[in-house]
Design a protein around this ligand. Structure first.
Ligand SMILES: *Cc1c(COP(=O)(O)O)cnc(C)c1O
Length: 401
């Protein structure tokens, strides 16, 4: 496979799997082996000291895990990739490996809840200075970066209101200040957005979401400049948040259909967003593919599809959400996103459960908001399902008059 020439659908299937596996297996074996044996001590030593390729111990590297890392590395046009037990493992290992006492991070108020906790609770305890900016105010973010910082941490589109930040613009600002840029690309996936090509230095993913795609395995991946990935890898080897062969296999298997799933989810989400936008019972729809979304113009320049996640606010309040959600038949009311099955839930009980109503309001999260992650089901079936649930809450409202 020619890395630079093969297109994403081909890369997802073939990357990391171009060499013949033992016994001619046509898919990656699951190497559930803690250690790898050597008959020749010189060869063992060469591998152990990094002078020859090979595997020693699965906390460090593992052949099944390597297959997954190669898929992400090539899809994101990265020099190097490494992996973690979860997405949060990728985020925390990256931040702790790159930062230290006296260092400064500039990030956004709307990052994933777990990343927010690191910024607000854990990093400051290690003497790391953190500034979280208003996510859509690019001038304010640039001004904070220009004051001097070591790392700029970005996420786009964000959770749950799908705010969009300009990766090219903010990467340029960060580099001017001598900072490295880390982007959480979980929502977009490498099919829709490639932050390294827009100027980022490191990209990370919760592989638990779209990459795996089936809600049955957890993992995290980091890729980007080789020397930076190596630094985080060295920390992870010791810190121990390594990905195991079993989930790595599941995620790599899921990734073979990544492009198919994302194309379907992009198309279905846009159709559903348009449908909801026109519905009387819906107050507002947050989806970067809608022309009315404030981040649409930036999204159009940096994304090739707008993704499978949206959120929408019902006319009403949290009681309306409580009446509406259980009426949907084709969704799991559950945390997480990016699966083959549609998942939905209110940020009030999922991603932003730890915030007060006032804090959610400050982030622009209405109490009647629902996050809706579109699966690969037939889109007409999903719309019919939404239609019957929306019709029933309108009917209940009328009955209450
Ligand atoms: C889920 C998620 C994470 C954390 O990933 P885990 O695999 O649950 O640890 C990080 N970032 C985003 C955007 C996510 O959606």
């Amino acid at each position: 496979m020619n890395e630079s020439e093969s297109r994403k659908g081909t890369t997802s299937v073939w990357a990391g799997e171009t060499e013949r596996f033992p016994n001619g297996a046509v898919t990656s074996p699951i190497f559930n082996s803690v250690a790898f044996a050597y008959d020749d001590l010189d060869e063992w030593h060469a591998v152990a000291t990094g002078k020859a390729e090979g595997h020693i111990y699965s906390r460090n590297t593992n052949p099944t895990v390597h297959v997954l890392e190669e898929k992400i590395r090539i899809l994101e046009s990265a020099e190097a990739a490494t992996s973690f037990a979860t997405g949060m493992g990728a985020i925390s290992n990256t931040l702790f490996a790159m930062l230290g006492p006296g260092k400064r991070v500039v990030s956004l108020k709307d990052t994933y809840g777990g990343a927010s906790r690191l910024f607000l609770d854990f990093l400051p305890a290690y003497g790391i200075n953190v500034t979280l900016c208003d996510t859509t105010d690019h001038e304010a973010i640039e001004a904070e970066i220009a004051k001097g910082c070591d790392l700029v941490y970005l996420e786009t589109p964000t959770n749950p209101t799908l705010k969009v930040v300009d990766l090219k613009r903010l990467s340029a600002a960060a580099h001017k200040a001598g900072a490295i840029v880390v982007v959480d690309n979980t929502f977009a996936t490498p099919i829709n957005q490639n932050p390294l090509l827009l100027g980022a230095d490191l990209v990370l993913h919760s592989a638990t979401k779209f990459l795996c795609g089936h809600s049955d395995a957890m993992g995290g991946v980091l890729c980007g400049k080789a020397e930076l990935v190596k630094k985080v890898f060295s920390f992870r080897e010791i810190n121990g948040a390594s990905l195991q062969a079993d989930p790595a296999y599941m995620i790599a298997r899921g990734m073979k259909t990544l492009e198919l799933r994302i194309e379907r989810q992009n198309a279905s989400a846009l159709k559903i967003a348009r449908y909801l936008k026109a519905h009387d019972a819906v107050e507002e729809v947050f989806y970067p593919g809608l022309e009315t979304h404030p981040g649409h113009e930036i999204a159009k320049t940096q994304m090739s599809g707008f993704g499978g996640v949206m959120s929408f606010a019902l006319k009403g309040n949290y009681d309306t959400v409580k009446a509406f959600l259980p009426k949907l038949k084709l969704v799991h009311l559950a945390a997480s996103l990016g699966s083959v099955s549609t998942l939905a839930g209110p940020p009030r009980t999922t991603s932003h459960v730890e915030l007060t109503e006032e804090q959610r309001a400050l982030l622009g999260i209405p109490e009647s908001l629902i996050r809706y992650s579109v699966g690969i089901e037939n889109v007409e079936d999903l719309i019919n399902d939404l239609e019957q649930a929306l019709a029933s809450i309108i009917k209940e409202d009328l009955a209450a008059l």
